[in-house]
Write a protein that binds this ligand. Structure first.
Ligand code: IVH
Length: 695
């Protein structure tokens, strides 16, 4: 009779026996963890439990190659109090652009056709698949083994949640054949509606916190520091994309989905290819209609160009691929009453009217406030206090007031009059010509603007300080603990004071201090974005970081650019995607004394890393500035620009002395002349293509 591996001394185990025992130990220890942590009902003594863990460790020490990603040795104790280890994605995890109606989808396909320059009789095959409302993760496989996984995070850097992912039953830990040596499999972790309902019932019975929706439950479960808790939460996974791959796993997206299935991944059974836009749209309508019968939340459809070579040519713009788009389902609506209209003041001083609603459930979520956008919107819809209105919400978007139910208007109702002053600081609220927004002129003396800027500063895409949310910023600000962005970092010296505050304790205040210290190192683009300069979102911040490279160089350039005749100004407006309006906001921000004070202060407190361009291969055009003009024959302007950028060139909108090459197509006008005047090298399309021919 075969002896069970457990009865054999560690020194005498064969590799095969060791692997079998490690597997058994993993599930036994996980079961004990669950009994202990979740149910408060351990079934073994502490000594017996310790013996299991010691055996696990001893076997792993003898057979390091057998260490499992889900090993208990990687789990407990490994859970760092301050959060998860950060991992950078070897290829960024992109987000998707949105199509809000059928017309946007037709335009998406037309754009793809234009970009690729397709002939009329050539069809574009597009795969439609449900957009799963969960959270995306990247799973790394090496030699067919699952070796680690991370959350999306900001797309560039996520959190290492390997141990937690290992607990998902439908996620293959080992793939037998045919997978590239290295492959990042990407997809969505979600919780089914049935599992969500059961989890909430259990949580409620145990007096624990319940979750608002399956997505939050999935996110909360995956981001548990203790994998034993994750293991007890029923999570599932749909695979739908890949990141880094040692070789391309497929020629089409459909083929890739087939392979995933073959490798043991769950793929969504509703994915279908279409050649006609109208068929795509009917499929969207069909799934929208039936979505309530699915056992998971779907918030729309995702359309992906099927051919991978076309995907590669299409590339990406900012952080979304040109070859895919999300088509959301129509918003869910409900009727309720506007109890009051209040005004909120945002970080740039914009006065936004908000309807305070009688709470109503819309698409499974209770809504009690909705935006009314601006003065003109209120007038156009004639929304008044006391009106019955239709409200809607779509995905994560802020609820909106769609229309007034005219028949239900109270007889004494009066039109809403928009105030002309700031409700917070009393300063004049001015409306510039041609603009929809009325803005408070109080600047930083307006507490609302100051506090909103600070909230933006620590928000997810900016400094993303763990444990410091908008509500904390509000109370710290109200109590005078923080006034400027620099004060936020000085909070790390005030852990003693913070721990005495309501809602805080020893542990949370120490965690905050260490999170703040960790965040003192920041990438230049995040830093610029965090400043909350008007019109400078993430994409623009990135362009600036790329252009100027370091904080010092950027600041110097913004000072010099105050003179509109300067070369610095010309360079700034010449960044493709900046332009005179954004330039004006940047220059005036950097010219204001209180902003330079804030920047000086932050420079002393932080280490702002120089922009590191993603490694570009040595190409003949890397680092060169090029300008395209006229009509190209072989490819659209968009594709030409994307190709040039992928090869490390900067594409500018107009010709200057800094331009290296001007590529002229047919009917080129003044730019070609200017290039000749300035002595800049002019290339025709063929010469350019020859130059960048890397094959
Ligand atoms: S593809 C480069 N397919 O939607 C393409 N995304 O808004 C990357 N998502 O971050 C995404 N279902 O979390 C893709 N079938 C699906 C999806 C899907 C849900 C999520 C994903 C992504 C977000 C973008």
């Amino acid at each position: 009779m075969k002896r069970p591996a457990r009865d054999i001394a560690v020194e005498e185990l064969t590799a095969e026996q060791a692997a079998a025992d490690l597997k058994a130990l993993e599930s036994e220890i996980a079961a004990h963890d669950r009994a202990y942590y979740q149910k408060d009902a351990p079934v073994v003594t502490d000594a017996e439990y310790d013996a299991l863990r010691q055996r696990n460790e001893a076997i792993e020490a003898r057979f390091p190659e057998l260490v499992r990603p889900d090993s208990p040795s990687r789990r407990v104790g490994a859970a760092p109090a301050a959060g998860f280890e950060k991992v950078s994605h070897s290829r960024p995890m992109l987000s998707l652009g949105n199509a809000f109606d059928d017309e946007d989808v037709r335009e998406f396909v037309a754009r793809v056709r234009r970009f690729l320059g397709l002939a009329e009789d050539e069809s574009v095959e597009v795969v439609a698949e449900p957009k799963i409302d969960g959270l995306s993760v990247s799973l790394r496989y090496e030699d067919g083994r699952f070796v680690g996984g991370a959350t999306r995070g900001d797309g560039a850097t996520g959190e290492n949640v390997t141990a937690n992912l290992s607990t998902i039953p439908s996620l293959p830990k080992r793939v037998e054949d045919g997978m590239p040596r290295v492959l990042d499999v990407r997809g969505e972790v979600y919780m089914s509606k049935a599992d969500f309902a059961a989890l909430n019932r259990n949580q409620e019975a145990a007096g624990a916190k319940t979750f608002a929706n399956p997505r939050n439950a999935a996110a909360g479960s995956l981001r548990q520091l203790d994998p034993a808790i994750t293991a007890a939460r029923p999570l599932s996974f749909f695979a739908y994309a890949w990141g880094e791959a040692s070789e391309a796993p497929a020629k089409t997206h459909s083929e890739f989905l087939q392979k995933l299935k073959h490798w043991g991944f769950q793929t969504n059974p509703l994915a279908r290819p279409f050649c006609e836009v109208e068929a795509l749209l009917s499929y969207h309508a069909e799934i929208a209609e039936g979505r309530h019968t699915l056992d998971y939340d779907v918030d729309g459809m995702v359309y992906k160009v099927n051919r991978i070579d076309w995907q590669d040519r299409l590339g990406q713009v900012s952080r979304a691929p040109r070859w895919a788009i999300a088509h959301k389902f129509a918003a869910e609506q409900a009727e309720t009453v506007v109890e009051e209209i209040t005004i909120q003041v945002g970080r740039t001083g914009t006065l936004t009217p908000v309807a305070v609603l009688r709470p109503v459930t819309v698409g499974g979520v209770v809504v009690s406030r909705a935006t009314l956008h601006n003065e003109d919107e209120i007038a156009r819809k004639d929304v008044r206090q006391g009106d019955a209105v239709i409200v809607q919400r779509a995905g994560d978007v802020i609820p909106q007031v769609v229309s007034v139910v005219a028949e239900k208007r109270p007889p004494d109702s009066v039109p809403y009059v928009f105030r002309k002053d700031c409700p917070i600081c009393g300063s004049l609220a001015r409306r510039a010509e041609g603009e929809a927004a009325r803005r408070c002129t109080g600047g930083l003396i307006c507490p609302a603007q100051a506090v909103e800027r600070l909230k933006h500063f620590v928000s997810r895409d900016a400094f993303d300080v763990e444990g410091l949310g908008g509500k904390h910023i509000e109370t710290f600000f109200a109590d005078g603990l923080i006034k400027t962005p620099g004060d936020i970092f000085r909070l790390s010296d005030k852990a003693d004071e913070i721990k005495e505050r309501e809602g805080w304790g020893e542990k949370s205040s120490e965690n905050l201090a260490s999170a703040l210290i960790e965040r003192r190192g920041v990438a230049l683009d995040r830093f610029i974005y965090a400043l909350g300069i008007r019109q400078v979102g993430q994409a623009t911040a990135r362009l600036l970081a790329k252009q100027y490279g370091s904080l010092k160089a950027w600041r110097r350039a913004m000072q010099s650019a105050r003179d509109p005749e300067s070369e610095a100004y010309a360079d700034l407006v010449n960044i493709d995607g900046v332009g005179p309006l954004v330039a004006a906001d940047l220059v005036s921000f950097c010219a204001e004394a209180h902003n330079t004070d804030v920047l000086d202060d932050l420079e002393g407190l932080l280490t702002v890393a120089d922009f590191s361009a993603p490694a570009v291969q040595e190409t003949p055009v890397a680092g060169k500035t090029v300008v395209f003009t006229g009509t190209l024959e072989k490819m659209s302007r968009g594709e030409a620009k994307a190709r040039a950028e992928a090869l490390g060139a900067k594409v500018a909108g107009s010709v200057s002395r800094k331009t290296d090459y001007v590529i002229v197509g047919a009917d080129a006008g003044s730019k070609a002349r200017k290039a000749a005047d300035l002595g800049v090298t002019v290339l025709d399309e063929a010469a350019w293509l020859k130059m960048i021919d890397t094959s």
